[in-house]
Design a protein around this ligand. Structure first.
Ligand code: EPU
Length: 312
């Protein structure tokens, strides 16, 4: 990496005050952990995003595209550039034929509310799931058997070099908490979703039931990243962790939630390394008891980008 030779002056010239240095990471993720990032850029337009990506790729500068920060945590520092998507990625528009065009920086809750206002159904699986539309698409977020991928008609993206690409649903494979078909490092700019007209009261009552179910089964008002592990086929990670008696297990400032065992909560003062150690402990105990290797659903961000639990 030769990024000290000149990328920072060029990024500063391009972004002005939208580029900040030595940025605290804890406020950027819902777990509330992490050290500092070398820099963060708030990108207002796709053209700007393309240029920043081009420069970063040419200099080998690690880049992290940050949505709502609700499904990742930082182990410590991040030695690259964080990209936050601004107003140019926050448009939402109803199109003809029950379609919606939505920018990737729109909060999932805002999309859900707009769809309800238009009496459009299909996104109810996002009820209560925090984060942005971009993050929801990348993770194929959902619950109760339905996920956002089922509604996708097309995606507009920028690849790691800043080239604009469009993908139709037939180019993409959405599976459980996973999207395949995009080049590595793609930044989703916007999505076209095909929804279905329905009775507004029906959508409302479906959403109400889903919110209620979450209210009583999941921790609220605490720092966490939702479910930490993917569910193994045909079972629930939370159920297995609970059966292992791990609720309340602690490392440093973090704890396996007493309410839902697939949540780890930051009780205050947790570090990214505490979370890594607790994840490792849970994986080991569940493996010893059930022979099942739980796979983290949350993304773990090391100094140079995403890492696996075995890399740390
Ligand atoms: N269970 C326990 N103990 C626990 C937690 C769950 O015994 O501590 C049991 C429950 O009683 C139930 C079963 O396990 O019989 C399944 O639990 P739940 O309904 O809570 O569903 P889940 O499989 O644990 C999934 C999603 C959640 C989503 C809920 C509700 C994953 C990894 N998790 O959880 O999504 O909110 O269904 O639809 O797919 C997330 O993605 O961050 C998330 C929280």
């Amino acid at each position: 990496m030769n990024c000290d030779r000149g990328i920072w002056p060029r990024l500063t010239a391009l972004l002005g005050s939208a580029l900040t240095f030595n940025v605290a990471l804890a406020p950027l993720c819902t777990f509330g952990v992490g050290g500092r990032a070398r820099a963060m850029a708030c990108l207002e337009t796709e053209v700007q995003a393309a240029e920043v990506r081009r420069l970063a790729a040419a200099e080998g500068l690690p880049v992290l595209i940050l949505g709502g920060g609700s499904n990742l945590f930082f182990v410590d520092d991040f030695q690259g550039l964080i990209l936050k998507l601004g107003s140019g990625f926050k448009k939402i528009q109803r199109l003809e034929g029950d379609r919606v065009q939505v920018g990737s920086a729109v909060a999932s809750s805002v999309l859900l509310k707009a769809a309800l206002g238009w009496s459009l159904s299909g996104l109810e699986g996002l009820a209560g799931i925090p984060g942005s539309v971009g993050g929801a698409l990348m993770m194929n977020a959902g619950s109760g058997g339905s996920s956002i991928g089922e509604t996708v008609e097309s995606l507009d993206c920028l690849d790691a070099q800043g080239c604009r690409l469009s993908f139709k649903a037939r180019d993409l494979v959405f599976s459980y908490r996973h999207l395949a078909g995009l080049p590595a490092g793609s930044l989703i700019s916007s999505a076209r979703l095909k929804l279905k007209e329905a009775e507004r009261e029906q959508i409302k009552s479906d959403l109400f039931c889903r919110f209620q179910a979450r209210r009583f089964s999941q921790p609220k008002g605490v720092k966490s990243a939702g479910c930490v592990f993917k569910n193994p086929a045909g079972d629930s990670a939370g159920r297995l962790i609970d059966l292992c008696g791990l609720k309340g297990s602690r490392v440093g400032g973090c704890e396996v939630s007493q309410i839902h065992a697939n949540f780890i909560i930051n009780r205050g003062g947790a570090s990214g390394r505490d979370i890594v150690e607790l994840i490792r402990h849970v994986i080991q105990v569940v493996y010893e008891r059930y022979g099942l290797l739980l796979e983290p659903e949350v993304k773990i961000i090391g100094p140079g980008g995403e890492v696996t639990i075995d890399d740390i």
